[in-house]
Write a protein that binds this ligand. Sequence first.
Ligand code: COA
Length: 261
Amino acid sequence: MTNTSRVLYEAKDGMARLTIHRPEKLNALDRATVQEIDRAVDTAGSDPRVGVLILTGAGEKAFVAGADIHELATQTPVEGEAFSRAGQAVLSRLETLGKPSIAAINGYALGGGLELALACTLRLASESARLGLPEVSLGIIPGYGGTQRLARLVGRGRALEIVLTGEPIDAAEALRIGLVNRVVPAADLLSTAEALARTLLSRGPMALRYAMQAVRDGLEMTQAEGLGLEAALFGLTCATEDMREGTRAFVEKRKPAFRGR
Ligand code: COA
């Protein structure tokens, strides 16, 4: 376990766990925390032993209660744009890392916290989680990708209701609209995330990478273009050792030993 001041990083059994650790401020994202998330994501991305990332928040109350409002309050327009761009870049690196990430949402996921969860590949929530984008109540709009990723995930109408009212929704509602994949009791949240991570770790890493890319980039294209991308990536999987191992293991009636090549 490596302890930096704002993010706890632990890599074990193919999983990297990133715990946003600023519990006295409900894990609010100040600049230092965002930088540490970036470094931790980079560490997980470049460690060949890590196949899946799990992100969660320290304490029982919050995943992340948003960007740090004290820092936000003093920004000039130029600083505001740079702040937004810098946060967006960190979350985009997480989203395009090529390794799946699971947000284990253990409480409030507000503003930048929900935006961080939206940049993850999958989202699990505890029954007590509350999710929202309250920025408009501060006179600003979401700036870490919330207006873009939320609408793509749950549709324009639902996204606009969440963005424009600024009101958080509970975990059951988040599940109903597809904002989270599963809701579990708080005590089971991390074990459920780890079980899901183990399932992902048993699959071909190269296949996961290309499948995420096909879905993510395909959503930005026409269906015909997306089908072209899918075919090209399918072709690429046929050049991997993982493909040879996966198909051979099936024929030999054994579990595949994927190497991510
Ligand atoms: N930025 C900076 N500090 C924050 C924060 C944020 N986004 N969210 C919480 N905190 C701090 C509080 O200021 C408080 O610090 P203090 O003890 O030094 O005063 C501490 O975290 C605990 O929060 P508190 O408000 O006392 O807890 P609560 O249980 O009464 O309320 C929330 C919880 C989440 C409803 C409330 O903290 C909140 O509304 N936070 C802001 C959410 C938000 O607007 N996020 C989007 C920002 S763009």
